[in-house]
Design a protein around this ligand. Structure first.
Ligand SMILES: [Fe+2]
Ligand SMILES: [Fe+2]
Length: 183
């Protein structure tokens, strides 16, 4: 083993490669988020929840723009699954919105749960590797936690099938994260 990097174990990825994979999956996730909110807005655009959804969608656009810049700056390619996340994100947003405003909000709670945990883990790793990126991710994580609060305030937990929606969306999001990290 090389003596210059004593803390790395055999099979550990190079930190630069690890950070590239993080940027790729985060970019994919934020893109997926914009598509989910678009799907929700196309169904619920005239409802009373529309303003809240629009505000959350704007935050996701800002997150996405930041990751687009980071990918470009660091020459990281986006996930190959980009077109899939466009359709899957939009479909998820529209489908839950068709079940009603509360179901759409239940979907948001589940997504933000997964992202909260995902960003927290990344921030832990980045403490040594890339403190600047860590700050960005922690700030975005605060935004996602705020989205979860908004969704709860909008009645997510009273959605019919709240647990079922939550379990399905969590499983789907974790799979999307797993795939986008690798592809
Ligand atoms: Fe976001
Ligand atoms: Fe969010």
């Amino acid at each position: 083993m090389s003596e210059s990097r004593p803390q790395r174990l055999p099979g550990d990825r190079d930190p630069a490669e690890e950070v590239a994979r993080m940027l790729r999956v985060d970019h994919a996730g934020e893109y997926g988020a914009t598509r989910i909110y678009q799907g929700q807005l196309d169904v619920l655009g005239r409802s009373r929840a529309a303003d809240e959804i629009r505000r959350m969608a704007e935050t996701e656009q800002r997150h996405l723009a930041r990751f687009e810049t980071l990918l470009r700056e660091r020459r990281v390619r986006p996930t190959l699954l980009h077109p899939l996340w466009s359709v899957a994100g939009y479909g998820l947003g529209a489908a839950t919105a068709l079940l009603g405003k509360r179901a759409a909000m239940a979907c948001t709670v589940a997504i933000e749960d997964v992202i909260d945990e995902h960003y927290r883990r990344q921030a832990e790793y980045l403490a040594e590797t890339d403190p600047e990126l860590r700050e960005t991710i922690l700030a975005f994580r605060d935004d996602e936690i705020a989205h979860r609060e908004i969704a709860i305030a909008q009645g997510a937990q009273e959605a019919l099938g709240y647990d079922l929606i939550g379990a399905a969306v969590r499983a789907g999001s974790r799979l999307a994260i797993w795939l986008s990290t690798r592809l």
